[in-house]
Design a protein around this ligand. Structure first.
Ligand code: ADP
Length: 361
């Protein structure tokens, strides 16, 4: 009955920093189904389609939209929307005032916010949340999107020379086993053995939230986009202490090149050096420090799990080519070409997609 009704199908992932909302718009409605579409549903549909931005902070990622998607024998378009979790009160308000509750009595949600905001959904919007585990949803969504989009997965060719590194499609048709490194506010690392078998092997609290938090403190930047733009103009070698800074060259006995970072932020112990660095240098060093730390943990997990393909996802990688190429370089370099870093176009949306799939089961 659920699938025959033209109700809106949402999956929501309420994370520590961003809310990811995926909306399935059926495009195979017969004329009589269309006429039974309620006034409110029509409004919601027009509202969602009409714009690429919602309020001050909501954004529809049009470049990620997927047409002709098949979910449970229904054909439709998947829309991808995000807004800061700090705006949840505004969202709840809008959901209540637009009468979302009268179109559907349940919404599927995952992420910590599915628990944190459950009472608010009940009291303010009269909506009952169907809660799903975020890592189950992530894995489920990732498999679905990867199988539905032939251009989803990519890697970097010539990862060893960052200036020449080129994005190339990766054939992910026989992927198991692989590691998933989800870089959101924090980091979770999962080993995936089959479509429905995985294990959380590790994690780190030094993630995307750490980058943005430290970068804001050090540079006074306001947004993730600004932090990334600033980092793109900076030079981390002004901030970090390299093997060369300490040895005057390579540390040959253990094959460590002079360029290797020996101590992240190590030059900032000197007052003179502190006076010479720019905000851009500090932003770049923060980005490089956090990215390399995640790469290093990922590599150790891959070794201990005997896995050679590592899939990096999460919104930390949004508009962040520096980290993509750095992870590709680091995995290749430190594993001596044995491991491969892989990436997915829909970066941070897999949890929300997996959640939507649960609704349509
Ligand atoms: P979570 O589920 O913990 O919110 P995400 O996968 O959505 O995790 O990633 C959040 C991280 O993505 C932030 O910590 C930040 O590094 C990065 N990020 C990318 N785009 C934005 C944005 N527009 N606003 C805030 N953080 C962003």
């Amino acid at each position: 009955a659920l699938l025959k009704s033209p109700m809106p199908w949402f999956g929501m992932d309420i994370g520590g920093t961003l809310v990811k909302l995926v909306y399935f718009e059926p495009t195979d409605l017969s004329p009589d189904m269309q006429t039974c579409e309620t006034e409110i549903l029509g409004q919601i549909r027009r509202y969602l389609r009409s714009s690429s931005s919602y309020g001050k902070t909501g954004i529809r990622d049009i470049h990620l939209q997927m047409d002709n998607c098949c979910i449970n024998n229904r054909i439709g378009t998947l829309h991808f929307i995000r807004f800061p979790t700090s705006e949840m009160p505004v969202f709840l308000n809008m959901a209540a005032s637009k009468g979302l509750a009268s179109t559907s009595s349940t919404i599927c949600a995952t992420g910590g916010g599915a628990f944190k905001f459950e009472k608010d959904f009940q009291h303010e919007c009269r909506l009952q949340l169907h809660k799903f585990d975020e890592l189950d949803s992530l894995i489920h969504g990732l498999h679905y999107i990867e199988a539905s989009n032939p251009h989803e997965c990519y890697y970097f060719e010539m990862a060893r020379s960052p200036s020449m590194a080129t994005k190339r499609p990766y054939d992910f048709s026989r992927p198991y086993p692989f590691l998933v490194v989800n870089i959101g506010s924090g980091v979770s690392i999962l080993a995936v053995y089959s479509p429905d078998s995985y294990r959380r092997v590790s994690g780190s609290s030094l993630g995307g939230g750490t980058f943005l938090g430290l970068c804001s403190l050090l540079t006074g930047c306001d947004t993730f986009e600004d932090a990334i733009k600033l980092a793109a103009k900076g030079d981390s070698t002004k901030v970090d202490k390299s093997v060369r800074d300490i040895y005057g060259g390579d540390y040959s006995k253990f094959r460590l090149s002079g360029d290797t970072v020996a101590s992240s932020f190590g030059q900032m112990c000197s007052k003179t050096k502190r006076e010479q660095v720019t905000k851009a240098d500090l932003a770049r060093a923060t980005l490089v420090t956090i990215t390399n730390n995640i790469g290093s943990i990922a590599k150790m997990c891959a070794i201990s799990e005997h896995i050679d393909r590592v899939l990096f996802v999460g919104n930390f990688l949004r508009v962040n080519e520096i980290s993509l190429k750095l992870l590709a370089y680091a995995m290749d370099y430190w594993s001596e070409g044995q491991m491969k870093a892989l990436f997915l176009e829909h970066e941070g949306y897999f949890g929300a997609v997996g959640c939507l799939l649960e609704l349509m089961k």
